[in-house]
Design a protein around this ligand. Structure first.
Ligand code: SAH
Length: 320
């Protein structure tokens, strides 16, 4: 069975390489083992295939492209990338050969190269928290794409985790307090906890109890487990639009789902000098960077256009 799957994937890999004859827009492919393999195959002499075989492979590769757009349509990410269709398949092949630590490292290298990761501290933390522990089985965890986690939710794309951590890093120093609204898989909450350390606090709020249970299991297998044990990382089932007043005020607030307006409760729970990163909008969304100045006034900047799942009621989310 395993042999059959490998062969199938190898077949699709060849199809994917055929697809790469078409020019691919930025961002560049990840510098993981598999993408190195793509480049090698692109520059090697043409495969000795008959015209019928070529046509067949081209057909398969084209039929994969719509899958990419539909799977990313309502997920959190900055730029849709056609290569993300083919890379997951290529990366699956790597599952048999490369350890998850190495693959997570490859992902971090890609984020550094692509420019989403800028600082050593954030890169270090994202390398320590293995994304593979937070993505449900059957999905390629080290692909730079959002992945479904159930209940109409996704774990955000790694480049969005990197972007938000970079935007918040000066507000995630050891001893500081962070709130992660819509904590989902728990991956980013775990990164916040690693940044603020045992003397700070990272609280995740998520309104789907099953996701909170899974996120606790995920974190317990990760490098952030001692922080959960020690109490400086906590996860709560609640409506995140109300924040988590018990631990307020926060130096950093991250919202992992798009709000139609910035919730007042979150503004209230932001410390003077603190920063909130929140996607705002419905169909068209912007990642907003909200700074509460020391005199209590608010400054809002737009960072980039994004696509996140909505910040909504539990009933509305489950009905989607
Ligand atoms: N940062 C998370 C993103 C998960 S997707 C991750 O990378 O894993 C957004 C999450 O927001 C979903 O898990 C969804 O269930 C949650 N969510 C949406 N509306 C919410 C609300 N009102 N209160 C709390 N969580 C909410």
């Amino acid at each position: 069975m395993a042999t059959a799957s490998k062969e199938m994937i190898r077949g699709l890999t060849t199809a994917a390489v055929t697809a790469s004859i078409n020019p691919c827009p930025s961002p560049p492919p990840q510098r993981s083992t598999c993408s190195i393999r793509i480049r090698r195959q692109i520059v090697s002499p043409p495969l000795a295939l008959s015209s019928r075989q070529r046509q067949f492979l081209r057909l398969i590769s084209y039929s994969l492209l719509p899958l990419a757009s539909s799977s990313t349509a309502c997920s959190s990410e900055k730029v849709p990338n056609p290569l993300q269709v083919v890379c997951p398949l290529l990366r699956m092949e790597g599952l048999w050969t490369v350890s998850s630590i190495e693959k997570n490292k490859g992902l971090i290298e890609h984020l550094l190269q692509y420019g989403s990761l800028k600082s050593n501290k954030v890169a270090e933390v994202m390398e320590t928290i293995d994304r593979g522990l937070f993505v449900p089985d059957g999905n390629p965890p080290y692909s730079d794409s959002p992945m479904p986690i159930g209940y109409n939710a996704t774990i955000s794309a790694p480049h969005m985790h990197a972007t938000c951590l970079e935007l918040l890093k000066d507000h995630l120093k050891p001893g500081m307090r962070a709130l992660d609204v819509g904590s989902g898989s728990g991956c980013l909450t775990a990164c916040f906890a690693m940044m603020v350390g045992p003397d700070g606090h990272a609280a995740g709020v998520e309104h789907i109890p099953e996701l909170v249970a899974v996120s606790i299991e995920n974190i317990n297998r990760s490098a952030a487990a001692p922080l959960l044990d020690g109490g400086s990382l906590s996860l709560h089932v609640s409506d995140g639009r109300l924040g988590w007043p018990e631990l307020a005020p926060y130096d950093a607030i991250h919202v992992g789902a798009a709000a139609s307006e910035i919730p007042t409760a979150l503004l209230d729970q932001l410390k003077p000098g603190g920063r909130m990163v929140i996607p705002v909008g419905n169909i068209f969304q912007d990642l907003k960077v909200v700074d509460k100045n020391l005199n209590g006034s608010i400054t809002i900047q737009t960072n980039t256009s994004v696509r996140y799942v909505p910040l909504t009621s539990r009933a509305a989310q489950l009905q989607e």
